[in-house]
Design a protein around this ligand. Structure first.
Ligand SMILES: Cc1cc2nc3c(=O)[nH]c(=O)nc-3n(C[C@H](O)[C@H](O)[C@H](O)COP(=O)(O)OP(=O)(O)OC[C@H]3O[C@@H](n4cnc5c(N)ncnc54)[C@H](O)[C@@H]3O)c2cc1C
Length: 294
């Protein structure tokens, strides 16, 4: 649909092949918030696609118990220097590079979805990979640049997304608190972590901010910093007391009681889940504040 939306109006034909014998493998029973941006991009109202897919909003995730994370963490060295990151190094244009037009005689093969790879076959980011890959591809196509260096940059972007997602998923396993089977114990004890994940854990456990490096997407790639805050704090992973700093004047302005109180009172202004699902309002077309992360 992303390709159709971007390319058909330019006279590019799209042919969809579906095997009568090979069924569709996946579904997408849970999806990331970016799904909303996908439909927005296609101009399809939430009030249209939510009821049609018989979907529901998942609002809350509760994580309990404190992990023995520190003991199981491999030694990490907090390094304030930036990792040598090829992704941000300017690429030298190759002689073969052509800008401004796509050479139709040179076929380009793009693997998307399960054909491009997966981290976990049931992973709820798989559809996001498809979405982002298609969007990046359209972006490169529209720039008229399918040169070798553009292909390298495209692949780098997709790889960064895969690696960031891998790190995020590994963190779910690494921070798990189950001790009932060898499988979960082995995952908690796993020290086979990527350099960027070690770097992130190192900063976090030393009580240092991960925000600048995640913001620059040097570590924790593909995820905004609040996702990392959610998983680390949600799993009860915090630095040792001695590594915590007292709140600054700016931080001390916030009182958890007041925040809880605001949330409780704010929640009273919203209808229940069932009522929301039966009455999804159409999107406001006027200029207004829309909050979602995209
Ligand atoms: C149980 C389950 C739960 C999942 N949950 C989620 C989730 O919550 N969120 C999420 O994001 N992802 C989820 N996933 C993953 C996601 O659904 C898949 O990664 C995604 O749907 C794969 O899309 P695809 O287009 O690569 O493959 P498919 O959707 O399987 O499409 C492949 C298409 O190719 C056709 N085909 C195959 N061979 C041929 C051939 N020889 N000739 C012509 N056509 C052919 C098939 O007929 C099919 O139409 C889940 C997967 C599973 C199995």
């Amino acid at each position: 649909m992303i390709f159709a939306n971007a390319l058909i109006r330019k006279g590019i034909e799209i042919e969809v092949l579906e095997s009568p014998t090979v069924g569709i493998i996946g579904v997408g029973e849970g999806s990331t918030p970016w799904r909303r941006g996908f439909f927005d991009g296609l101009g399809i109202e939430e009030s249209e696609w939510m009821p049609a897919s018989d979907a529901t909003y998942k609002c809350v995730r509760r994580m309990v118990d404190q992990a023995r994370f520190r003991e199981l963490l491999p030694p990490v060295r907090v390094d304030a220097r930036q990792p040598d990151d090829d992704a941000v190094r300017p690429q030298r244009a190759r002689a073969s590079e052509r800008r401004g037009r796509v050479d139709a005689s040179q076929p380009v093969l793009l693997a998307v979805g399960l054909a491009q790879g997966f981290i976990e076959p049931l992973e709820a980011t798989a559809l996001l990979f498809i979405q982002r890959t298609a969007m990046h591809f359209v972006e490169f196509l529209e720039a008229g640049d399918l040169s070798e260096s553009a292909q390298d940059r495209f692949n780098q972007r997709v790889n960064d997304h895969f690696e960031g997602t891998r790190d995020y998923i590994v963190t779910h396993y690494k921070t798990n608190t189950r001790r009932d089977t060898e499988y979960w114990r082995a995952n908690a004890a796993n020290t086979n972590l990527s350099d960027s994940l070690r770097q992130l854990y190192g900063l976090w456990m030393a009580g240092k901010s991960i925000a600048p490096d995640v913001g620059r997407q040097v570590i924790g790639k593909g995820y905004p910093v609040f996702s990392w805050y959610c998983i680390m704090s949600g799993m009860g992973i915090f630095p040792d007391q001695k590594d915590l700093h007292p709140p600054t004047a700016a931080e001390n302005r916030y009182s958890m009681e007041e925040i809880d109180n605001l949330l409780t009172r704010s929640a009273q202004n919203f209808p229940g889940q069932r009522e929301t699902l039966t009455n999804i309002p159409p999107k406001n077309r006027e200029r207004s504040l829309q909050i979602y992360f995209w």
